[in-house]
Design a protein around this ligand. Sequence first.
Ligand code: GLY
Ligand code: MN
Ligand code: MN
Length: 500
Amino acid sequence: MSEQQRPEAETDAFVFSPRKNGQAQSVSDELAAWMRTGWADTEMRDLEPIEQAEHTARRRAALSEAFPGERLVIPSGQLLTRSNDTEYPFRAATNYAYLTGDTTDGNCLVLTPRDGGGHDAVLYLKGRSDRDNGEFWLGGYGELWTGRRNSLEEASALLGVATADVRTLPGALRADGVTTRVVRGHDAEVDAIVDELRADADADADAEARAKSARLDEELAVTLADHRLVKDEWEIAQLQKAVDATTRGFEDVAGTLPKAKDTSERYIEGTFFLRARVEGNDVGYGTIAASGPNATTLHWTRNDGPVREGELLLLDAGVETTTLYTADVTRTMPISGTFTDLQRKVYDLVYKAQEAGIAAVAPGRPFTDFHEASQRVLAEGLVEWGLLEGPVDRVLELGLQRRYTLHGTGHMLGMDVHDCAVSRQETHLYGDLKPGMVLTVEPGLYFQPDDLTVPEELRGIGVRIEDDVLVTEEGRTVMSAGLPRSSAEVEAWLAERLPR
Ligand code: GLY
Ligand code: MN
Ligand code: MN
């Protein structure tokens, strides 16, 4: 969209309000005037679209087709306050990044229905800080504080979509009476505008129409999750990149285990985080660095426990790429480098269950198959060890193995670690696997330190093995095959990396 076509931006002047105890309490007219001038033209021209641009255009077209005649609003999200004037690191909303390829805060994609069918996509952005307006150096979010932003023209060229000033968004949303759906929960101001529009429409509607309007946003979120279930080629390459960086992060950790023994699980978390920040955007979820009995807590992210010789370390971690695709990998490794006989016995059963689970991942197979295959192997093992009373079919029917297995055997993986969680059950939980789907296979066994139903020597042992698996036309590819899986492979891998 050219400058001329862009709707008029609201020109409300920036008002400088000094912090109560800030050292600069006022701005002289001379300084204000001088700050407006003397800046070079840094506009970037002749930019080529980013790689994803053709994919994002196709994704927007699919969404447009699903909701003819309706306005669709997809915010990127706003910064969240951590404390006082500090914020949490920003991470753009998944659906926004999926549809635009952009990962910056405070923006919003709007698909507006076009007469005669289809939609016009406009990305409402902050654009450059206005140099006529002191905000660029006086406001805490101006470009001289937080960094240069793309101009509307630059963003349009890079992302392959029309852009407009985000200050015109409220007016655009209120412009006419079309049915509007929003990806809710990312931008309170946008949600409030949509609520206001809907309240106006609902005031004249009957009960059935009001019930329908209550479901509008949920249907949008569900449809987007459905669309994201099968990954395109570009997404698969991003996920492989995330997995490969994660592999290197696990190798880093293996090399620093002695240092962790001198400190705590935090050393492991920090070591992995360094890799995530250098090669990607962040970790895709809070790293679980669980040593000894902490491994029996499924989402142990406190990571403040000791790392002791003779115990197991369960590391569940994933690098998120700068394009926001994450890996999700777990390895359980002996801190000393060698499993004890008992640790190996537990590990080998989980490994056998994972092998069965991975083998059940294939196109056309129900999503639930790999879970059932893994659970059967675990239940068989637990009956054989005398921890559960057979027959195995009874154990499985009653779910008794779950006292020690606790969680499902895997989930979809993509931009979210538990990806497409809100998609329809018919396409996901009760659907069949399709080529292009990526999922984790992650059986585990957890014997709680205070579980009197297991022999004392098993108490406090937790083992999970988690890999990321792509469904292919022929069957599957284990994307995280660069890391060892069997107990012997884990020991050999550690032997190469543990400093002598
Ligand atoms: N990292 C969480 C999970 O494995 O699902
Ligand atoms: Mn997982
Ligand atoms: Mn995991």
